[in-house]
Design a binder for this molecule. Structure first.
Ligand code: AR6
Length: 171
């Protein structure tokens, strides 16, 4: 176990090749908008079928915020999708520990699978409303500190503002 190299790219995570692609899911695991919708659209029905099996077995109540679980990657150029549920941003309550947990738990799942390359989106920084600069700080700090067998973590940032926010953290 060591630490992973961090790289940043701008683009669509569903077009990336990696051992594992992380999905910013919701607790239902049954799909949604944003990157979740894109992953299920491009990955095809095998991912949803796996998610339904998880709901029918160990995850009857869904996946808790801050946790992560893997499924097939379907038609994506990856072996696994790791679904993690980010916290909804709140001005009144500090939920950063839950966002930290998403990155830590996703890497723990990746280690269990033997994944060497993992691609992450900016979890919680879209529909869930987390301010991008803070989301980037938590993402980069957590991955930097993680003891993992994953060799390379790529943050795949959808737009220029996200790419720049992550860029400020890795400099
Ligand atoms: N590739 C990379 N990044 C993307 C892509 C893509 N194809 N599409 C969007 N993003 P979001 P959240 C960026 O909303 O905030 C869903 O309904 C996006 O610009 O996907 O964690 C789930 O089911 C933003 O920077 O995830 C949940 O209900 C980042 O990915 C909820 O949204 C995360 O935005 C999760 O919200």
């Amino acid at each position: 176990m060591t630490t992973a190299i961090i790289t940043l790219v701008r683009g669509d995570i569903t077009r990336r090749s990696a051992d594992a692609i992380v999905n910013a899911a919701n607790s239902s695991l049954l799909g949604g908008g944003g990157v979740d919708g894109a992953i299920h659209r491009r990955g095809g029905p095998a991912i949803l079928a796996d998610c339904r099996r998880l709901r029918a077995s160990h995850y009857g109540k869904g996946l808790a915020t801050g946790k992560a679980v893997a499924t097939t990657a379907g038609e994506l150029d990856a072996r696994w999708v790791i679904h993690t549920v980010g916290p909804v941003y709140s001005r009144d309550e500090d939920r950063s520990e839950l966002l930290t947990s998403c990155y830590r738990e996703s890497l723990r799942v990746a280690d269990g699978l033997g994944a060497r390359t993992v691609a992450f989106p900016a979890v919680s920084a879209g529909i869930f409303g987390w301010p991008m600069d803070d989301a980037a700080r938590i993402a980069v700090t957590t991955v930097r500190a993680a003891e993992t067998s994953v060799e390379e973590v790529t943050f795949v940032l959808f737009d220029e503002a996200a790419y720049e926010a992550f860029g400020r953290q890795v400099r």
